[in-house]
Design a protein around this ligand. Structure first.
Ligand SMILES: NC(=O)c1ccc[n+]([C@@H]2O[C@H](COP(=O)([O-])OP(=O)(O)OC[C@H]3O[C@@H](n4cnc5c(N)ncnc54)[C@H](O)[C@@H]3O)[C@@H](O)[C@H]2O)c1
Length: 442
């Protein structure tokens, strides 16, 4: 075991959440209930998982908190921003994810979490029309106002550290533009010039967080921190960034199931995923420009797991023009189901001598119930990474994300394979705990 350089998790950890909707309120309510001993944080790796440290006769299986210094649930203080003024109690009731009996015991605490006015631009989410916004500000003024919010929150709540988590609506698709998004100086110039086309409000939150010494996590598929200019800022401020898009239902299944096909050397001719969803997230995603952002994120999963160039007989169609299997993802807004998403996957595979077979997966999940533990883990592990002196893209957090960030300017590939991602996660925890990161990624 080597000496670890991670600073202890002393003092309060502020978690500032962008968006006070279904995911955020389910996350916050669960943490408040868990620390009163009224529920269990099921699904959270930081609270439940045990990993091996040491080898052979020295091997021990420990919880993360027994390997690295993690912030305790009791030390967390929550704050948020939202376009709508409802406090976290009202928002949790509105979301209808949790039953009243699971919200009431922490009602007082939730009522005190009142959203700060949002940095918002209706062009980025047309279906939202709340008025709790920082009106009439340029992009640069948004950054300054958000920095002020973070400073005030930190001081008012006596926080030693702050993490900023985006759990707000998916913004419209902002394609990466080299002229604006590659250099930090260009990004700053665009913010100062109030370039609303290339600077999404989410970029203002990220810029503000990193500048205030807070890690930033992107839980939606927005481009926000997935641009070289933000990597530069993260490097300059020595802050971790993580993204993008929580890996909850269908993509979790995909990244866990595709390895079965690949490992068994079966062929794939098509994968069709569709789902119905009726919450506000579904409403925003019903807008084609917002869905495009999600689609790009969801489509990236398979191609790095089942690679046509590595196994052309299995994952290509045998000619240069058309080497991919058919992969389609659909999301349908269907209000009666609210947060209880239902997903269908139809997988067309082929086996010995090319004979076709089909697999059908029908996942009746609860979106926010799956997302909440990811929020907790991403916040605690980003805070840990900052204390361990890690900055920039945190690839070890890919496990929690649908479209994991990687340096695409250097030809780096994303790791989407669930079990490879898990190995990266375990190795990072070991390393930060002063143990050898001794597992190979095969
Ligand atoms: N639940 C899941 O399984 C899952 C998985 C992956 C990603 N996500 C993403 O997480 C995000 C949150 O999902 P949700 O179900 O809680 O949605 P939601 O609509 O219930 O909540 C989002 C909230 O964000 C607010 N908001 C929008 N723009 C904002 C801005 N600029 N500043 C501050 N607040 C803003 C909205 O007013 C809304 O209250 C979405 O982007 C969704 O795509 C969710």
């Amino acid at each position: 075991m080597t000496q670890t350089k991670v600073t202890p998790a002393q003092g309060k950890l502020g978690i500032l959440v962008v968006g006070c909707g279904a995911v955020s309120t389910t996350f916050i309510t669960g943490v408040l209930m868990a620390r009163k001993g009224l529920t269990k944080p099921v699904g959270s790796m930081t609270q439940y998982d045990k990993i091996r440290v040491g080898r052979g006769a020295d091997a021990r299986y420990l919880h993360y908190a027994d390997i690295v210094p993690l912030a305790k649930l009791d030390d967390i203080v929550f704050g948020c921003w939202d376009v709508y003024p409802q406090n976290a109690y009202q928002a949790a009731m509105y979301a209808e994810v949790l039953k009243e009996k699971d919200i009431e015991p922490v009602r007082d605490e939730l009522e005190k979490i009142v959203p700060m006015p949002a940095a918002f631009d209706k062009n980025y989410a047309k279906r939202l029309d709340g008025d709790n916004v920082k009106a009439g500000l340029t992009r640069w003024q948004m950054v300054e106002a958000l920095r002020q919010d973070i400073r005030q929150f930190k001081a008012a709540n006596d926080c030693a550290r702050v993490v900023v988590l985006w759990a707000a609506s998916t913004e419209i698709y902002v394609p990466v533009c080299e002229k604006v998004h590659y250099q930090l100086s260009d990004l700053e110039a665009a913010m100062k010039a109030d370039d609303r086309e290339h600077i999404a409000p989410s970029m203002c939150y990220a810029y503000a967080a990193l500048s205030e010494g807070a890690p930033f996590i992107m839980g939606a598929p927005n481009t926000t921190v997935d641009i070289p200019a933000m990597w530069q800022l993260a490097e300059q401020t020595k802050m971790p960034i993580a993204g993008k898009d929580f890996k909850t239902g269908q993509t979790l299944v995909k990244s866990g199931f595709a390895p079965i096909i690949g490992t068994r050397c079966l062929g794939l001719s098509g994968w069709f995923s569709t789902n119905i969803l009726g919450n506000r997230d579904g409403l925003v995603l019903d807008e084609p420009a917002n869905f495009r952002t999600k689609e790009v994120s969801k489509l990236s999963t398979l191609e790095t797991i089942l690679k046509p160039d590595v196994q052309p007989d299995l994952y290509g169609h045998g000619n240069d023009e058309d080497t991919q299997y058919y992969h389609k993802v659909r999301i349908n807004y269907y209000p009666p189901r609210n947060d209880n998403k239902e997903g269908w996957d139809n997988i067309d595979i082929f086996g010995w001598m090319g004979y076709p077979m089909q697999i059908k997966i029908n996942f009746l999940c609860r979106d926010s119930i799956l997302a909440a533990p990811l929020c907790l883990d991403l916040c605690l592990l980003s805070d840990l990474a900052a204390r361990a002196g890690r900055y920039g893209i945190q690839r070890f957090l890919s496990f929690f994300l649908k479209s994991p960030m990687h340096d695409y300017t250097q030809g780096e590939e994303a790791v989407n394979h669930l079990y490879q991602q898990y190995t990266m996660l375990k190795n990072a925890i070991r390393e930060m705990g002063g143990y050898e990161p001794d597992e190979e990624i095969d």
